[in-house]
Design a protein around this ligand. Structure first.
Ligand SMILES: NC(=O)c1ccc[n+]([C@@H]2O[C@H](COP(=O)([O-])OP(=O)(O)OC[C@H]3O[C@@H](n4cnc5c(N)ncnc54)[C@H](O)[C@@H]3O)[C@@H](O)[C@H]2O)c1
Length: 261
């Protein structure tokens, strides 16, 4: 019985932000486990897409979708037969770098919440309502962060160019908490909703990850290093499977012990 629960055979899955660092790792893992994956993203990464298309053919597809436009009508049209919705997108406003205590204004805050938190929540509700209406069980997975659970640690940013980001903490705590609110209403419809809360993840493309930042981060986190993207994707995949059927409303912390000390 357990064997049957640890696969995604023919599950139809939407991965928003599927061309990103965590999203693409998740998409690849899901395809290998038998899922049909529709990537939603505001960009199209031809190289990544073609790499998977050759191997997985009709099991992978793409639709352009910009979460920040909060176009629920368009989202509802895309849903066709999906039972899992993963939100790995990372919308950032043009004033995203104005989010420190010394720079933040009410417009910066409003823009960040409007472009990220609000549509992340409204698409999750739309997905839950669609499952409920069609009497389907399903799973919704949001991407939170350790910084939605605890305050940001200024020691990580010492001697780097990175500043604290206040909207980020609000968005991520909002997602974790709203998953609990949705859990309390949608569990009776066999719909699960969870938030995966990663710590810092190693990325070659992230210009903020200077040697100093990596050293600071590694000296604080108990496990002594940043996460690899696949260490986050594996948890998202687990929450997509029937193997996690008793987990809902949780904030699954994947942080190498960051929030334990
Ligand atoms: N990378 C980390 O260290 C880390 C740590 C903790 C939490 N997270 C969270 O995990 C999630 C994914 O992070 P990531 O590192 O993979 O990000 P990423 O920037 O690598 O990827 C994000 C993806 O979302 C897409 N996207 C951006 N704005 C969009 C929009 N408006 N509509 C649709 N798609 C959009 C991008 O095109 C990209 O493909 C984010 O929510 C992030 O906050 C990341």
């Amino acid at each position: 019985m357990l064997k049957n629960q640890f696969n995604l055979k023919n599950k139809n899955i939407l991965v928003l932000g599927g061309f990103g660092l965590i999203g693409f790792e998740t998409v690849q893992g899901m395809l290998h486990l038998g899922a049909n994956v529709l990537i939603l993203d505001k960009i199209f990464d031809k190289k990544k897409f073609n790499k998977l298309k050759i191997e997985f053919k009709k099991k992978i597809s793409y639709k352009k979708f910009d979460l920040s436009k909060n176009n629920i009508k368009k989202f509802n049209k895309i849903l066709a037969n999906s039972t899992v919705y993963v939100n790995c997108s990372y919308p950032k406003t043009s004033d995203w770098n104005h989010n420190s205590f010394s720079r933040i204004t009410d417009n910066v805050l409003k823009n960040s919440l409007n472009d990220n938190l609000v549509p992340s929540i409204t698409t999750a509700i739309a997905f839950a309502e669609y499952l409920k209406k069609n009497k389907k069980s399903g799973s919704i997975i949001q991407l939170g962060s350790i910084y939605g659970l605890v305050g940001q640690n200024p020691n990580v940013y010492k001697k780097t160019k990175i500043l604290e980001n206040n909207s980020y903490t609000l968005i991520k705590s909002g997602l974790s908490h709203f998953s609990k609110q949705m859990c309390s209403y949608y569990s009776k419809d066999k719909i699960r909703i969870n938030t995966v809360c990663p710590g810092g993840i190693k990325s070659k493309k992230d210009k903020n990850q200077s040697k100093k930042f990596i050293k600071n981060y590694s000296s604080i986190v108990p496990i002594g290093r940043l996460a690899e993207p696949n260490e986050i994707a594996s948890c998202i995949i687990f929450l997509s499977m029937d193997a996690s059927s008793y987990i809902t409303g949780s904030s699954l912390i994947v942080d190498g012990g960051w929030t334990s000390i």
